[in-house]
Structure formats: C-alpha cells, structure tokens
Design a protein around this ligand. Structure first.
Ligand SMILES: [Fe+2]
Length: 269
C-alpha cells in the first residue's frame, strides 16, 4: 500500500457515493450522516493507530478498512430504505459484497485484500473470533473502537436534541416507553455487551449502546470517551431511576479503572 493508493481509494469512494444522493430529504440526510461518519472513523482510526505507534503502512491499511467498513450502508438505504440490519441485511456483509463486486481493491496484494475484507466483515459482530492472525485482530479492534466512538458522538448529540429534529432511522422504530430492561442493566452491571435481540424500547437502545464500553480495546479510546463525556451525555437522557444511577456509577468507574491501569502499566514499563 502506498500513499497514492490511499488517495485513489478516497477519490473512488467520493465517486461511488455520489449517485446515491437521490430521493427525499430524509434519505439524503441519512446518506450524509453515514458519509460523514465514515470520514470521521477514518480520522479517528489513524489517531488510535498513531497512539499505538503503528508504522505508516499499517496506518494506511487501517484507514482503508475504515473507509470501506460501512460502504454497504448506501446500498442498504437504496434497497431497503432503512439502516436497521434486523429488518434488512447485515450491513457489514453487504459492505464486503460491494467491495468485492466493484473490485476496488484490485490494486492491492491478495493478503492485504483478505485482511481488509475480514476486518470489515467482523466490525459489527457481537464477538471477535479467537486465535486469529494478529494483524486481523489489531485492525478489527481499532475499527470497532473508532466506530463506537463516532456512534456515541452522533447519538449523544441526537438524544439531547431529538425533539428538534426526530430521525426515525436513528430510533429503529422502537417504542419510546419509560422502561429500561432489567436484563440489559444486569448485562452492564456484569460488564457484558448486550445482545441486540434484547432491545425492546428506545431506552434499551441507549443502554445497549452504553454496554459497548466493555468492547473497547485501547487506552486512547478510553481517554477520548472520558474527555468527551459521551457516557454521561447519553445517560442524562435516560430516566433518573436507581437502575440507571447504578449504571452511571458502574460505567464511569470502569472507564476510570481502565485509564488508571494503563497509566500504571505505562509508568512500570
Ligand atoms: Fe457499521
């Protein structure tokens, strides 16, 4: 991978998405939301990679993975008019399909293509497979962190200002009821990511997104999350129940602990 490959992929991507901008304003808004998300994930995956001291070649590969990780979203919106995988298609698999069908990675070596496609495929999986090649695990973990950080950025702002511009695509048609599922609260209190299938209400969706903290991999991600206060911002839009209070304390101390542990291990190194 060379710098000119990176430029080629970015310009290819810009041309790929252009024809999708048809239809009503809501569709265009969600296309733009996804396109901007992809570009921010590209920037943040590079930042996380730099914090790990990755060499230029690996930073470029990570950036390409980020650039194509959600490319299937455009086709998903066109075909199914939704971003909800549960009632359409797994968008990570669709992204792999688009990358393969368009042959966009043709100029790369077979080995590079394989790791890029596999990282895209697993970016939204509940769990990563074990005993895999270190490069695949590194890129996929970087992508999963960068992706989650940006989704928190989007939803924290959206939940705060939702009354002004409701967007059904971000709410997945879930009922806006005051309930928070005790099974999801239980998952969080036991440091587990929640399964999508357990989401019953709009509040459950917020808790589900909060539970992603247990899948965060890198110290720089924890720092970024704390600095931007995403967790508290999302929790502030949940009902002020004792369960939610417990969740707030638990998540904040989990983040503190991860930051402190990393600081200690850096000092000891
Ligand atoms: Fe995605």
């Amino acid at each position: 991978m060379k710098k000119e490959d990176l430029d080629f992929f970015h310009s290819w991507f810009r041309n790929y998405v252009k024809p999708y901008y048809t239809g009503n304003d809501d569709v265009k808004l969600n296309l733009r939301l996804k396109e901007e998300h992809i570009h921010r994930v590209c920037r943040s995956i590079v930042e996380l990679g730099k914090d790990l001291g990755l060499v230029e070649y690996k930073l470029q590969t990570a950036e390409i993975i980020a650039l194509f990780h959600d490319i299937g979203r455009f086709e998903q919106l066109r075909r199914y008019k939704t971003l909800n995988d549960r009632c359409s298609i797994n968008h990570a698999e669709l992204s792999v399909e688009v990358v393969k069908e368009t042959n966009v990675l043709e100029r790369l070596e077979e080995e590079e293509r394989a790791v890029i496609l596999k990282s895209i495929r697993y970016h939204n999986a509940y769990k990563l497979p074990e005993n895999e090649l270190p490069d695949f695990l590194l890129y996929t973990k970087l992508l999963r962190d960068a992706d989650k950080i940006d989704i928190w950025f989007i939803v924290a702002d959206y939940y705060e200002k939702r009354q002004l511009h409701p967007n059904t695509a971000l709410e997945f048609d879930l009922p806006d009821e005051p309930d928070c599922s005790s099974a999801i609260i239980d998952d969080i209190m036991n440091c587990r990511c929640t399964c999508r299938a357990d989401i019953k209400t709009y509040n459950d969706m917020k808790l589900f997104q909060l539970s992603w903290i247990f899948d965060i991999n890198f110290p720089a991600s924890f720092h970024y999350i704390q600095e931007h206060n995403y967790i508290d911002k999302i929790i502030n839009t949940l009902p002020d129940t004792s369960g939610v209070k417990k969740v707030r304390n638990h998540l904040n101390s989990y983040i503190d602990r991860n930051i402190k542990d990393n600081h200690t291990s850096r000092v000891l190194r």
